[in-house]
Design a protein around this ligand. Structure first.
Ligand SMILES: Nc1ncnc2c1ncn2[C@@H]1O[C@H](COP(=O)(O)OP(=O)(O)OP(=O)(O)O)[C@@H](O)[C@H]1O
Ligand SMILES: N[C@@H](CCO)C(=O)O
Length: 319
């Protein structure tokens, strides 16, 4: 399910007249994704994704997201380009929603990555961090460390309903954020580079997508979000050192971590895991069981959280 706002063929034909990208030859809703409405659009000039931004995204942030994607595409990164209309505007309105036509990226997302794929993703993340060194616009992380206590409070007693162990785990992790690392390099980060947001083709990263949590925050936090997403079994019970070592080697090729960043990885990892526990727990408690979207299991990240709480920096690097 990810078509919340319907778009007819007539709506699309009218929309495409704003662009120099031909007329539609086929058009269908994309099932994957939960936040926005996405459509696959083939035209006489190429293939695109049409995204209609739904209510859970702040429209004021969209110019920042789209300009970041354009910046990265300009630098040759595998980031699909937001298409500008004849007047140079990428951000549009369609059927009452903010909307954008975006280049289609080839490739598929991988559920169970190999070390080689982790290496490719590490290298792509490093390229992203390099390429944003001159992206000066700032967006605060609305799901960063200062947001976690209010998010936990919103889940309240619901945490115990998800799992009796969750309230203590969350309370301990929140207490640990009192010594959240300071003074580490900050930059523009993706902040959600999960396997479903990376498209791969024959082992190459062909698309980094879904920049709608991107923000300005600690760069090594982005590294450890990616580690949390790529280097564990889906349910979080097993950490794979070979994937972690490959991710680290790929990142070292294109960017690398400073000693202070390495030292902070376990604490940053606890924070990263906590962020996904809390957003998943909130969604778990507020998504009706009859909703068509599949709720993501908070406990898969609670297990990762417990792992980071005991981990050494070397363990995070797969050593
Ligand atoms: N530019 C693109 N090129 C190719 N496929 C894309 C592109 N953008 C999105 N997709 C496809 O559409 C699906 C949904 O996109 P996306 O993950 O951005 O959805 P969302 O609803 O915005 O986000 P989420 O589900 O993470 O909240 C992706 O899984 C991918 O298959
Ligand atoms: N990637 C996130 C969803 C976006 O916040 C998760 O798997 O929980």
């Amino acid at each position: 399910m990810a078509v919340y706002t319907p778009v007819t063929a007539t709506d699309l034909a009218g929309f495409l007249t704003r662009y120099d990208c031909g007329r539609a030859t086929s058009f269908k809703g994309i099932a994957e994704g939960v936040s926005n409405s996405n459509f696959l659009v083939d035209t006489t000039s190429g293939r695109y994704v049409l995204t209609l931004y739904e209510r859970n995204i702040d429209a004021n942030d969209l110019p920042w997201f789209l300009s970041l994607m354009t910046h990265l595409a300009d630098k040759g990164l595998p980031v699909p380009r937001p298409i500008a209309d004849r007047d140079g505007h990428a951000l549009q309105t369609l059927n009452g929603r903010a909307a954008c036509l975006i280049a289609f990226a080839q490739g598929v997302s991988i559920a169970e990555p190999t070390p080689a794929e982790c290496h490719a993703v590490g290298a792509a993340l490093g390229r992203l961090h390099r390429a944003t060194a001159d992206f000066v616009a700032v967006r605060a992380n609305s799901l960063g460390v200062t947001a976690w206590r209010p998010m936990a409070a919103k889940c309240g007693a619901g945490l115990a309903k998800i799992d009796p162990a969750l309230p203590v785990l969350v309370a301990d992790a929140l207490a640990a954020t009192d010594s959240w690392p300071t003074g580490l390099p900050v930059g523009t980060i993706h902040a959600d580079l999960f396997p479903d947001n990376v498209l791969l083709d024959h082992g190459d990263v062909t698309g980094m997508i879904d920049f709608y949590f991107a923000c300005t925050d600690i760069r090594a936090y982005d590294y450890v979000v990616t580690h949390a997403a790529w280097c564990f079994s889906a349910i979080g019970t097993v950490h794979y050192p070979d994937r972690a070592a490959a991710l680290a080697a790929g990142y070292a090729e294109t960017h690398g971590l400073e000693p202070a960043e390495v030292a902070a990885l376990p604490r940053l990892g606890e924070g990263a895991a906590l962020r996904f526990v809390l957003t998943r727990a909130y969604d778990w408690l507020h998504t009706p069981p009859e909703a068509l979207v599949t709720r993501k299991d908070p406990m898969a990240f609670a297990r990762r959280l417990a792992w980071y709480a005991r981990a050494t920096p070397d363990a995070v690097l797969g050593r």
